[in-house]
Ligand binder design. Sequence first.
Ligand code: SF4
Length: 407
Amino acid sequence: MTLPGSEPVGGPVGGPVGRAVGGPVRGVVTGPVTGRRPVRPPRHLAELTEAERVEAVVALGEKGFRARQLAVHYFEHLVGIGPEGEGAEGMTDLPAASRTRLAAALLPVLLTGVRELTCDAGQTVKTVWRLHDGALVESVLMRYPDRVTVCASSQAGCGMGCPFCATGQAGLTRNLSAAEIIEQVMAAARVQAGVGGPRVGNVVFMGMGEPLANYRPLLVAVRALTSPSPAGLGLSARGLTVSTVGLVPAMDRLAGEGLPLTLALSLHAPDDDLRDELVPVNTRWPVREVLDAARRYAGSTGRRVSIEYALIRDVNDHPWRARALAGELNRRGRGWVHVNPIPLNPTPGSRWTASNPDVESEFVTILREAGIPTTIRDTRGREIDGACGQLAAGGTDRPQALAQSRP
Ligand code: SF4
């Protein structure tokens, strides 16, 4: 799914524990489509288990406890290593002779800043990153009065092909490694530490890509971000939101992971006729199946599911569709779901545009009167193509000077 203005509003719900139905995601593109054989991103400490970290350090001829020291530097002290090993000298509890070597082997540079754009008076910062193979991804740091949120990408590009989405137009380049996902969050954490700002507390996997189409690395990243330091960054799992267009087997698998993550389902239409067009994977898992899976997720995890609904003028914003949506949700019970209508963000050259404000407000009123908690999502980052449906990474890997506009 593509990007938020703010994270969706989820929360605990009651209800029975559903059955988790694991299984592979079928019928969707999950691998690179470039025609080149992908070169794996370098191994990084962030994606290794604690045992694997020790093993890696020992294989480098160091004592096993150095693994923990490195992890403390990475996750607690937020040490970032530059291309020439810059930053390693600060790890003074490691022998001087070992610092650069350990950093090069286990904290390699995974993301190189290509562009940085800010808006909302500096409170929203989008960064375009170049990966080791030249693929581009984007992440967005959003500062709110009460929280700091990072929107992270899970894939370079996206294979889901939603026609109103800038990312979807370019297709999938490749899946990100777990460490490439984690590093987007760590980079934002370093920025916040650098300006003495509040810590990053929320992560929404709503950047480029369909997170559940890159399931295993996503889960490794989630576990690293939520494990207590020094195993990980120590975020609360309740502060993490995973979005999906509705890959039903993967939704069920996620429900069985025992993690209180918020699930955000990008529905965009309550009827298959239209959703087949707006979200092509709907032809594989139609509305009924996707909403059933969302309901099971709420039952299994106790977390209220967010339904994301981009309001597109004269396409999906009709009052009868609001009533149909309310009917579909209420039929599956009360209190398990929250709807976030999102005014569609314009993408260059697109025929899709946002609903009129009065139409938007009628849509919301119908849902609320039907008893569905509904909140219009604030769209952060519209001016910098950092809002929902606008992430496309600009198509170049030529480095440019980063904007000097941080607050
Ligand atoms: S193409 Fe669809 S699934 Fe992929 S990023 Fe865009 S909206 Fe999300």
